[in-house]
Design a protein. Structure first.
Length: 249
């Protein structure tokens, strides 16, 4: 998803920051007022902007929720950040532009009972929306296997939500977070799975007894991770869908 520079004469609708929460030094949750008649499918993205710079962000909230929930990773200005430093400075009541329509085809494909979601950090967002909506609509017949990779354990912003779902409804959700830097002092308290998420996927597929005949695989996040996952699962004949994020703003 790339930045779009706006013509200054463009008259886009705006919306308001309702709340925000900084989860780490460079990860922030933002809740925006949902514009009237703003509809979206779980897994789609909205396009917001500030000072004539726009970027697309996947929506974490479900369509039934009152606000639009976004999960944003800061790219500092000295690293080339243009929009995210501005979003990082937003306070409650501030405004951003928002395109009137959500877009994207990274949505739930219900033809297989098993749904294997692979993501890195903010790449987990579409899956949050999909699962929240699935539960809200009281749907049945699917199980969601979520593999999330991060460098540090504090980057798992939605881990409690997934672990709680796994505990309350193990037939619906199975969640495996994994860190790629287990020897870093910052991860000294971590006792879970280790390794890059793309390096553990084949072992996870085997241990979970997932088959191309009954499983759809998704990958969202870092392009390098996605390419590796795509190669590995395609070699195993799994159907595959991707959504790429990268730090370019």
């Amino acid at each position: 998803m790339t930045i779009q520079k706006l013509n200054k004469n463009n008259d886009l609708p705006t919306t308001t920051v309702i709340d925000y929460e900084n989860k780490t030094d460079d990860l922030r949750l933002i809740w925006l007022k949902k514009p009237v008649n703003f509809d979206f499918k779980p897994g789609q993205y909205c396009t917001i902007g500030k000072n004539h710079i726009e970027r697309a962000y996947s929506i974490a909230s479900s369509p039934h929720e009152e606000f639009l929930e976004l999960f944003i990773e800061l790219v500092p200005e000295n690293d080339g950040g243009v929009l995210t430093p501005q979003l990082w400075n937003l306070k409650t009541g501030d405004s951003v532009t928002i395109r009137p329509r959500a877009k994207g085809i990274f949505t739930l494909k219900e033809n297989h009972p098993n749904q294997l979601f692979v993501g890195t950090v903010t790449g987990i967002v579409p899956y949050v929306s999909i699962i929240r909506n699935y539960i809200h609509q009281n749907k049945k017949g699917h199980k969601f296997y979520i593999l999330e990779g991060a460098s540090y354990f504090d980057e798992f912003v939605y881990d409690n939500e997934f672990f709680n779902l796994m505990k309350s409804n193990p037939k619906l959700v199975h969640f495996v977070p994994t860190i790629s830097r287990p020897d870093d002092l910052k991860n000294s308290s971590w006792n879970g799975t280790t390794g890059r998420v793309n390096n553990i996927i084949v072992d996870q597929i085997n241990s979970l007894n997932l088959s191309p005949n009954n499983t759809m695989v998704y990958a969202c996040g870092h392009p390098g991770m996605i390419e590796d996952v795509k190669t590995k699962v395609s070699n195993l004949s799994f159907e595959f869908l991707e959504e790429r994020f990268w730090k370019d703003d």
